[in-house]
Design a binder for this molecule. Sequence first.
Ligand SMILES: *Cc1c(COP(=O)(O)O)cnc(C)c1O
Length: 490
Amino acid sequence: MKLIFEKSVPGRDGYSLPEDQFPKMNIKDFLPEKYLTKDKKNLSEVSEVDVIRHFTKLSKFNYGVDDGLYPLGSCTMKYNPRINEKMASLTNFTYAHPFSSPDMVQGSLELMYRLDQLLCEINGMNQFTMAPASGAHGELTGILVMRKFFLDRGEKRHKVLIPDSAHGTNPASAAMGGFEVVEIKSNERGTVDLESLSQAMDNETVGLMLTNPNTVGLFDEGIVEIEKIVHGKGGLLYYDGANLNASLGINRPGDAGFDVVHLNLHKTFSTPHGGGGPGAGVIGVKSKLIPYLPTPIVSFDENLKKYFFKDVGPKSIGMVRSFWGNFAVLVKAFTWILSLGPDGLYQCSKTSIINANYVLAKLKEYYKPAYDRYCGHECTLTGREYKKYGIKTLDIAKRLMDYGFHPPTIYFPHFEPYADETIMIEPPESEGKEILDDFIKAMIAISKEAKENPDLLKSAPQRTPIGRTDDVLAVKRPILTYDDELKFKD
Ligand SMILES: *Cc1c(COP(=O)(O)O)cnc(C)c1O
């Protein structure tokens, strides 16, 4: 397909104005010379219909949750109910201005206040802040809250413990918060090795960042022990709740003793995500950490019967973001929680766990599981048996595209000897049995092809608009502008 620049025809444009009302003017007549760019830009000259057709075609190359199964592990690509969008587009929400006085946006504040209460109930926490705009942003906020807590107590703690199965954002957030990261090995059941944890946890350590079920989709049965070890040395427990899809109505981080939790409303709570779009990485804390939260939080004045922005106070870590630009995400998550209700939330997690275990049971004969045990909301298989046919897990994922499915997460997490060549499949609750059966059939067909016709996999995908890209070149020499493209061609 041609780039929009290659469709350019000199002199063609996408508008016309009556010349008697809009005489042709020279731009220099109304814009001072100093504001004009000197180097000539390669802008495309196209008509309106050229633009519409070009971008409509591009959009059809795309694959999203509205097209089919999107089993990307650790991402919870679930269906985004349309009622969420309808609520988020109510004009009272969309017309709210960042500088509106709280009196004028009582409904919006009430929504944030009630969402906080619901999330506290779901997670067993005491206070949520809606400030962070992504999971990673929530982690950094949580880390800064923990840092401030210890600074305030005059304790010098400089290390953060993180299991090797953690999402890459965990060590990154801890490092950004100024801490040294200490990796904790997983045991043969895919969970935290308690011995290693005991040895690493000391009174110079802030605490542990744990994902549970962890990033291989396994519930950590050592959770009670873990709590004792970390709290026993005066540390804090951070819960990465980005993937809460196995937990709703089943287990609450707060009950397990966790002090901070971040949630990705753009995963579990059914709001759209991807492409760096708006998200919400809300964090919840126990009472002792409320004074350190970013300011402000939404509160309710019992006497005036009004919602207001409350200053968190002098111990707050300050602001982590201005305004509430992702407010629509909060409206969508709130709508989702209310439309499901407590039973519905429980049913959601139960179904997602059954879906993942169904896929695991049907595929484990063909793709060896990293750990042979029941999983949570996602299962981790491996493609290691196909190495002897010269097939990499990447080839399996690419071939799946020819069967019309978005590939699962691959090579994450990746640690020897248990979890290598990983294929992490997350079939959320919105997927029915029929589509899972089709997916399973495709995966089994590919396992057969890998043995009998490996070239088919190595040259995949064949049926997509763009074939296999050069991953190394894409990272080392990305083409981001048309000028880069021209240079590249030279
Ligand atoms: C997705 C995810 C994150 C990061 O969330 P972003 O919104 O992408 O920053 C962190 N931890 C886990 C376990 C995740 O799955």
